[in-house]
Design a protein around this ligand. Structure first.
Ligand code: SPV
Ligand code: MN
Length: 620
């Protein structure tokens, strides 16, 4: 092997050379040595699949203060910089050849993007160890999975990645010339609290051509853990090229009659009930965030890419989120990030117990009432504070489905939004195209009192992928529509909405979603009838009443049903027109989008003439 960098025995001690020499992959070697040359780490460490390596990474993260120990022996915490608490939209860019502009996407010309970030990367790892991790995106040895290599100088990032994904050094050893996605990350200079200092030079760039992401001067996992949302930009583009779907979805099994399990995927924007749906205690969780769906013998098969959960902790309490609560209070490994620490225990807002009025949090030493530089009061924990856990910690995990190399059959797809006055709690699309367009591509989520800005402002978020989109939205939807046409058995598409309101009061309880899941499961198997409305099929009262009784021990009244399931005709027309407006502004919108939207508006207009502004399900 002739490569001058590799001959530097300080950077590549013999132990590491031995590991890399087992892998026959010229591109991998070039990739690693290019970034060693550029970022100048003092040494390189190749992370294998061994238990020892896992323990070493975890221990180093604690030793150098990126994570700290909590009272509970397997629990640690980590802080990101006060200004590094979420994905950085402004500095996240998709690099395009010739600087091609794409709707809704922050793009930059490829060559100038690469040179900008690689300039900032010069010598950025001086004095540090460069970690190189090998991963499988999805079950090991599955034809549906992909492979990836992560370079980082953060033990916290590598530790998180090893909890959230499957390491697969072995695969690279056994398979010469393995094709892989590339992720390069440096946290940059850090302060005394070990949080990134140079936030102004934070960059998260995507090079689709080179199937790589480059991210620097940030630690927040959504900007740094490559296989999570960084890989997602690359796989959305790959899926489009190859005719399958890479989605921002959970994957879950719903238990049906006689031990039947029916698998659903679900896409919801942040804070719209995605995590809590896939963690409904009586059902089976497979994954909570990222799914590949491909076609096998005419059927849709889904895999969860991950082996862990990086979830929002804000508001997680014993009553509403029993599943997560149990995992967070088990003896299994947890990394808490950006919560309040007091006397070796973690606290977060909305946890349903008294929170101390002092401690350490994402702002440093903290006392209740402390203000930040913008004179805003600093909450005890950040709204986007998170927990990182392995899926194996969940009692309700469907392990067979998670590890199934063929993926599980996807029989239902659920799209969720946050609407106070449009979508009913559950509704089945009339067809694949209707579901893709009028459910998935029409998702909106309303701002809440808790977020900045006005209440009730609707954000368009097609398939809940808008923040991760790396391709032309029109082409993405065209691929979705064509995907359905290639299926012999198409999954049913549903829309759910847990946030209907009347006189400022929610019309449903959080737990009601358990009923909607059972109804959808039965619909997939044709076991319950439904009412046909201008926007799709809705449940009949007679079918919901016993479900509420049996599952939740609730007496479900006709009034509740009518309020929840009346078709809000006027509001729905307004919504369809809003969505149509968005798609009219794009050059590549597929014709089916206009057809489906226009057909629905026509059906709604007819209903309006006949019934007025609202249509009671009892009139159908
Ligand atoms: C989300 O916000 O959708 C997440 C967390 O899953 S992040 O990794 O930041 O994308
Ligand atoms: Mn997500």
């Amino acid at each position: 092997m002739k490569n001058s960098v590799l001959e530097n025995t300080e950077v590549f001690p013999i132990s590491e050379l031995n590991k890399i020499e087992l892998i026959d992959n010229k591109e991998l070697l070039e990739f690693v040595t290019h970034y060693v040359d550029l970022m100048k780490p003092s040494s390189v460490y190749f992370v294998t699949d061994s238990k020892e390596d896992y323990e070493l990474i975890r221990k180093k993260s604690l030793d150098n203060g990126e994570e700290r120990q909590l009272k509970s022996s397997n629990h640690t915490y980590h802080f990101d910089n006060y200004y590094d608490q979420a994905r950085d939209k402004e500095n996240t860019k998709v690099l395009t050849v010739g600087g091609e502009k794409l709707p809704f996407i922050n793009t930059m010309e490829r060559d100038s993007g690469i040179s900008e970030i690689e300039n900032l990367m010069k010598g950025i790892m001086k004095g540090r160890t460069m970690l190189v991790g090998f991963f499988s995106l999805g079950p090991k040895d599955s034809p549906l999975s992909g492979k990836a290599v992560q370079i980082t100088d953060s033990y916290y990032v590598m530790h998180s990645e090893m909890m959230l994904y499957r390491t697969d050094y072995e695969y690279f050893v056994k398979n010469p010339g393995t094709d892989f996605l590339r992720f390069v990350h440096s946290q940059g200079e850090v302060d005394s609290r070990k949080t990134t200092k140079n936030i102004k030079s934070r960059r998260v760039f995507f090079d689709l051509e080179g199937e790589r992401s480059l991210s620097i001067n940030t630690q927040y996992a959504g900007n740094t853990v490559g296989l999570k949302k960084l890989a997602f930009r690359l796989t959305i583009s790959k899926a489009l090229r190859e005719g399958w779907l890479a989605e921002h979805m959970f994957l879950m099994g719903v238990n049906g009659k006689e031990n039947r399990v029916t698998y659903f995927t679900g896409a919801f924007p942040s804070a719209c009930g995605k995590t809590s749906t896939c963690m409904v205690p009586s059902e089976r969780i497979v994954g909570d965030d990222l799914v590949f769906i491909r076609i096998k013998e005419g059927n849709a098969r889904g895999i969860n890419l991950e082996s862990g959960v990086f979830g929002i902790i804000d508001g997680v309490n014993r009553e509403d989120d029993r599943t997560i609560w149990e995992v967070l209070h088990s003896n299994d490994e947890v990394i808490f990030s950006n919560v309040l620490i007091n006397d070796g225990s973690p606290y977060w807002n909305g946890m349903g117990v008294a929170i101390p009025d002092n401690g350490e949090n994402h702002s440093g030493p903290w006392k209740k009432g402390n203000k930040d530089l913008e004179s805003k009061e600093i909450p005890a924990s950040h709204k986007n504070a998170r927990f990182t856990v392995k899926l194996s910690s969940f009692k309700g995990l469907d392990k067979g489905a998670l590890e199934n190399k063929e993926g599980v059959p996807v029989e239902g797809i659920i799209f969720g939004g946050r609407d106070s006055d449009t979508w009913p709690p559950v509704c089945e699309a009339l067809s694949w195209d209707h579901g893709v367009v009028n459910k998935g591509a029409s998702i909106e989520s309303e701002s809440t009192a808790a977020s900045i800005g006005k209440i009730g402002v609707r954000t368009f978020n097609a398939m809940s992928i808008m923040e991760f989109l790396s391709v032309d939205l029109g082409k993405y939807l065209q691929n979705y529509i064509e995907f359905g046409s290639k299926l012999v058995k198409k999954p049913l598409i549903f829309a759910v909405n847990y946030f209907l309101k009347e006189r400022d009061t929610f019309l449903n309880d959080k737990v009601d979603k358990a009923v909607w899941l059972k109804w959808m499961e039965r619909r997939v198997h044709g076991e319950v009838e439904a009412l046909s409305t201008p926007i799709g099929f809705i449940p009949k009262y007679e079918d919901l009443k016993p479900l509420f009784q049996n599952i939740l021990n609730k007496n479900y009244t006709k009034e509740q049903y009518e309020n929840q399931f009346k078709i809000r005709v006027a509001k729905l027309i307004e919504k369809d027109k809003r969505i149509r407006e968005v798609y009219s502004g794009m050059k590549t919108t597929p014709p089916q989008v206009f057809k489906e939207l226009d057909d629905e508006i026509t059906r709604l207009n007819r209903a309006k003439l006949q019934y007025g502004e609202e249509l009671s399900p009892f009139k159908l």
